[in-house]
Design a protein around this ligand. Sequence first.
Ligand code: NAI
Ligand SMILES: N[C@@H](CC=O)C(=O)O
Length: 416
Amino acid sequence: MSAGVVGRLRVDGDVSPRLNASVRSERRADTHVRTETAAGSQHGQHVHRTPSEPSARVALLGTGNVGKAVLDRLAGWDGTPRGDSLALVHAGNSRGALRGERLCPADIKRRLVDGSPWQPDPALANLSGVADALAGTGPAHRIIIDATASGEVADHHARWLAQGIHVVTACKLGLGTTLERWQDIHDAAAHGSTRYGDSATVGAGLPLLRNIRDLQAGGDTIHAIAGVLSGSLAWLFNHYDGKKPFSELVDEARQAGYTEPDPREDLSGDDVRRKILILARAAGVPLASDEVEVESLLDPAGPETGQDRHGARGEDTGVSPSLDALLQQLHRAAAAKGEQLRYIARLHNGRATVRLETLDATHPLASGAGTDNKLAIWSDRYREQPLVIQGPGAGAEVTAAGLLDDALRIARSTPD
Ligand SMILES: NC(=O)C1=CN([C@@H]2O[C@H](COP(=O)(O)OP(=O)(O)OC[C@H]3O[C@@H](n4cnc5c(N)ncnc54)[C@H](O)[C@@H]3O)[C@@H](O)[C@H]2O)C=CC1
Ligand SMILES: N[C@@H](CC=O)C(=O)O
């Protein structure tokens, strides 16, 4: 099913997180000649900006699955107003980085993607130097796009925000781990009058956080949320029929780019734990990480047992033969009752759970295809029937689109 919102909410418009920063007016970047009043100009005199003048200087961190898709999307915008508005000045991965005044995304992709023999400059990979790369005259906005899964990069988010650099991220380690880090990010954004673009952290860019924030901004109170928040696990349970070993499907999900770099992050429930924490905190329930009860799909016996956990391509899938057998049993038992296996996250009365459930095929959270995420929200406004948002919740292209949507919103906003 394609992305959609069931309910009466309008989902277009700018509803990106502002994290206490003052509301900024929008300015259009999609016209060929923009006319605006110059700050400090006399008698309201108008100046013209040409489309070639970028609105934001951008640094991209991470050129893996998602980072590559960001570069592809930027390359596709070459010569368009969207492309004009974002000037890529730094792109890096764990091997090194490249810098320049307006880097060509297609060229960067050729050189920097993982596996390329070309050696980037390792000295430029130093994260403290990324702020320097963004400094410069001209465009007011500075944006770092985090397409890594790195805790070290997430540790820098608050520092950058406080320095006046906006952060747009697909990585959940900033908002979805400790409450201290989550609070630091909020405080730093308020201090630096910057924005934290987090659309891609839950639902790979689906308007989930956006709707939660919109409802609250309209005076609504969220009472409960429940849903399928893992695109890879959704894909796995949508494809698993008990015939092919589960571990083989895990390998396929990884090859397709739906899993985390390490699929055990998905199978252990840690990825969904982070997502329900991000949603709960956005909904006004500041849970600590260990307050979420998580049922892992990983064999508690773990790799130490020496069980063979390798898939058809010889990679460690995180799934042992005993888990393959257990899932086959669970699937058979559910299918015999006309039920389906779904990995569900719930938040109700301040309590959060993440676990494998068997749902009747007619249950609202059971339907969906591919990597579909599905989120039901109960609030003052939606008491009986929840607001339900559904759509693809994993994959490099949708995630990159979510990241760049956030970056464009920032680029189009008026600087403080
Ligand atoms: N795959 C998906 O569908 C979705 C992924 N995400 C998130 O996107 C992020 C990236 O995922 P993938 O692209 O699949 O990972 P990946 O493993 O393919 O790529 C990660 C990239 O980050 C780079 N990197 C690591 N440490 C770095 C550092 N200190 N400085 C600069 N670069 C560094 C690596 O060299 C690599 O290029 C993860 O946080 C993931 O949770 C979010 C939503 C959906
Ligand atoms: N591994 C994640 C990717 C997006 O966050 C998932 O399966 O949902």
